[in-house]
Design a protein around this ligand. Structure first.
Ligand code: ZN
Length: 243
């Protein structure tokens, strides 16, 4: 089974539509943060609902946008975008976001999904010690996570932790017997690894392969909409530099 892995879409319709031109997958999963930052929250939620992923977990921005959380820990630009999003969302889409499950969630015997870390949906995995600690919080060989917007593969084998930052079109062979993985496919709608191209992953559970993909998309259109909506200008500027 080939799973399309989407994470941190952040209301970026142009990025999501570009990824949907890629068709070499059987099922999709979403690691949360459908909304927040970008200018098309309803269009993104509608499109994702139409794609009908087999599993979606909620992200921290989804929780604030639908009213489950007040975003007190958010920085200014994130909080103002989350409240703007809350005003924009239709009741139906607000309900959809508020019913998304909390991760980690097992999708099939090979893998689980979470938004932040499997230990805590709001925590970032940005270092080896934090990654190492989190391997005890999921039972499947692989846990896919998002939240940091940085593509990475952490691998735990015989008690040894290693990691790699995958290249734009990396294909990583997995050993699902005796090795565990924490994998971030990168962010669809707001990459933060210095590469502005939209990011997604494909996990092929039959071939035991994780593919990383990056695509150019019309980010100028996403920027123009952010500016027109009077969202913080920084949210438009950062899309061009991938941070
Ligand atoms: Zn995010």
């Amino acid at each position: 089974m080939r799973y399309l892995i989407l994470s941190d879409i952040h209301s970026n319709l142009e990025a999501l539509e570009t990824i949907l031109e890629y068709r070499a997958y059987d099922r999709s999963v979403c690691l949360g943060d459908l909304v927040g930052y970008g200018a098309n929250p309803n269009e993104v939620v509608d499109l994702l609902r139409k794609m009908d992923p087999v599993a979606t977990v909620r992200g921290n921005h989804d929780k604030v946008a639908c009213g489950l959380d007040q975003g007190e820990e958010f920085v200014f630009h994130a909080r103002s975008a989350a409240f703007w999003t809350r005003d924009q969302l239709t009741q139906e889409n607000r309900d959809y976001l508020s019913h998304l499950p909390q991760g980690p969630l097992q999708v099939e015997p090979a893998f689980s999904i979470s938004h932040g870390s499997p230990r805590d949906e709001d925590d970032y995995i940005l270092s080896e010690p934090v990654a190492l600690h989190n391997f005890r919080f999921f039972d499947t060989p692989i846990c896919l996570f998002g939240h940091s917007h940085i593509p990475v593969v952490f691998e735990l084998k015989n008690g040894n932790l290693t990691y790699q930052l995958p290249s734009d079109s990396a294909v990583i062979h997995l050993d699902l017997e005796g090795t565990k993985y924490l994998i971030n496919p990168g962010s669809v709608g707001q990459p933060r690894d210095g590469n502005p191209r939209t990011a997604f992953g494909v996990l092929d559970t039959g071939q035991q392969v994780m593919e990383f993909h990056r695509l150019e998309y019309p980010l100028e259109n996403a920027q123009a909409k952010i500016r027109r909506a009077n969202l913080p200008a920084f949210l438009a500027d950062r899309l061009a530099v991938g941070y």
